[in-house]
Design a binder for this molecule. Structure first.
Ligand code: AMP
Ligand code: ZN
Length: 136
């Protein structure tokens, strides 16, 4: 299904032009308009899923395979020194466009970006509590 008022549905399906890097029946990969680094791109499924929770398992698997292929190609062509995959779900996690997308972010020595988090602390008991909460 496509969603009428969704900009990424329109971009993924070619109704709004974009700088495409790849397209097949199920996905389009485009350059991000506000790139974190040179080559920052987005994998967009052509069907509308708001986020990872809604994404079918097989589409998730295909998106990750495509990410691997694109990461290899982009790293080689752009001479990147590393690569981040980022995927935000929900406003609390920084998602601003509510159509699932996977960020492909080539990284370069001294590119000045801060995509990693500030490490916190947790006691062994706290970790065990969380482990129980998730697994039981
Ligand atoms: P997120 O914060 O994970 O929802 O990421 C949304 C991303 O989409 C941001 O990196 C934006 O720069 C990017 N973006 C928003 N609108 C467009 C657009 N029309 N074309 C390309 N990228 C876009
Ligand atoms: Zn959409």
């Amino acid at each position: 299904m496509k969603k009428d008022d969704c900009i990424f549905c329109k971009i993924a399906n070619g109704e709004i032009p974009s700088k495409s890097l790849y397209e097949d029946d199920n996905f389009r990969v485009i350059l991000d308009l506000g790139p974190a680094t040179k080559g920052h791109a987005l994998i967009l499924p052509k069907e509308h899923y708001a986020n990872l929770y809604e994404l079918p398992e097989n589409t998730a698997a295909e998106a990750m395979k495509l990410a691997k292929t694109m990461a290899g190609k982009m790293t080689a062509k752009l001479h990147a020194d590393g690569f981040n995959l980022v995927q935000n779900n929900g406003e609390a996690a920084g998602q601003t466009v509510m159509h699932f997308h996977l960020h492909l972010i080539p990284r370069y020595e001294n590119d000045g970006q801060h995509i990693l988090w500030k490490p916190g602390t947790a006691s062994s008991e706290e970790l065990e509590d969380i482990q129980r909460q998730i697994t039981e």
